[in-house]
Design a protein around this ligand. Structure first.
Ligand code: TXA
Ligand code: MG
Length: 317
């Protein structure tokens, strides 16, 4: 998908153009105070799938959803007392909170990688704030670099890595913090999930007590380390050409007209990625064993197969 990446200035015209591109399902990199993020409308599954395609990520990991303020954040996540206290103390700022997802809030399943929890952040950067207000919706945004490369702190870094693969970059100069946000899990007791731009000491001072270490030793910084990935209850069989003995078949491409659901009847991997988690949930809800048709191993097919392999072997993960 070669395209000409627009370089937008952070003035009224540039902000409005960026918001219009996002509304149309495009990918727009934008500055935050931590690093540049690669934004997509978190409600549009195909747009979110585009993030993984542009970054060349071989796996799906959950993404941080950026919103303008706490009120907007509460539309998508449920905030307990600790989460409210931390949001009150540090938002807007370099802090991401993982909270229970509000079901039915309209976010793409690809944003949460099918998890019942959601990472939310209110950035402080003026340009990010202006963009979020103009766009008036939730923006999924990982760092705006190709998978495995260093996070970008300038528009030029973004263009070096992703130029020609994304619709636009909003140039807001250097990102002042230069380190990703600190991620705190607020599910039971507050846990440090990823150290980052906001020191843990500041967070502990605001809470008045120490943070709990993450459930496993070492923060889950590498996406593959995240243990809580969604896996269906039912057995899952991969590379299935047809349904056998009561299986619920999830098809791909035109060769599976008998499939109960088809990830993409035309064989479009972006569409398949956008449907993946929702269809796994639907199949799982039937209580039947699940079979999935072969998915080609190129482009987003790598990430789809990675996710399906983990779902098929939940305990080996
Ligand atoms: O500073 C930042 O946080 C930047 C800017 C653009 O906001 N964004 C960023 O996103 O670093 P990313 O995609 O590179 O990192 C997101 C990380 C994931 O790797 C995962 O570890 C964690 O956030 N995460 C997201 N949702 C989660 C969830 N539901 N539970 C646990 N961890 C989650
Ligand atoms: Mg990153």
């Amino acid at each position: 998908m070669e395209t000409v990446t627009e370089r937008l200035l952070p003035d009224r015209q540039g902000i409005d153009r960026a918001a219009a591109l996002l509304r149309a399902g495009g990918l727009v990199a934008f500055p935050t105070e931590t690093v540049y993020g690669l934004g997509a409308d978190a409600r549009q599954g195909r747009a979110v799938a585009g993030i993984f395609a542009a970054k060349g990520r071989p796996h799906f990991n959950p993404l941080i959803v950026h919103v303008a303020d706490l009120e907007a954040a509460q539309r998508y996540g449920r905030f307990g007392d600790d989460a409210l206290a931390l949001a009150g103390a540090f938002w807007p700022g370099p802090l991401t909170l993982v909270v229970p997802l509000r079901a039915g809030a309209g976010l793409s399943d690809l944003v949460t990688a099918g998890l019942p929890t959601l990472a939310l952040r209110v950035p402080r950067s003026e340009v990010a704030q202006a963009l979020l207000r103009a766009f008036d919706g939730p923006l999924a945004a990982p760092s705006a670099n190709p998978s495995g490369r260093i996070s970008p702190t300038r528009a030029a870094h973004v263009l070096d890595g992703l130029g020609g693969r994304i619709a636009a970059v909003l140039d807001g100069g250097a990102a002042p913090v230069g380190l990703e946000s600190t991620i705190i899990g607020c599910l039971d007791t507050p846990r440090l999930l990823r150290p980052g731009g906001l020191p843990a000491e500041a967070i502990e001072a605001a809470l008045g007590y120490p943070l709990t270490p993450p459930p496993t030793a070492g923060a889950p910084t590498a996406p593959g380390q995240l243990k809580s990935h969604y896996a269906p209850e039912a057995p899952l069989r991969l590379n299935a050409e047809a349904a056998a003995g009561g299986e619920f078949l999830i098809g791909f491409g035109p060769d599976h007209p008998e499939a109960a659901l088809n990830l993409s009847p035309t064989g479009d991997l972006m569409e398949a990625a956008a449907n993946l988690f929702e269809y796994l949930h639907k199949a799982d809800a039937t209580g039947r064993p699940i079979a999935v048709a072969p998915i080609p191993m190129h482009g987003l097919g790598l990430a789809i197969n990675d996710r399906l392999t983990r779902a098929a072997h939940p305990r080996g993960d």
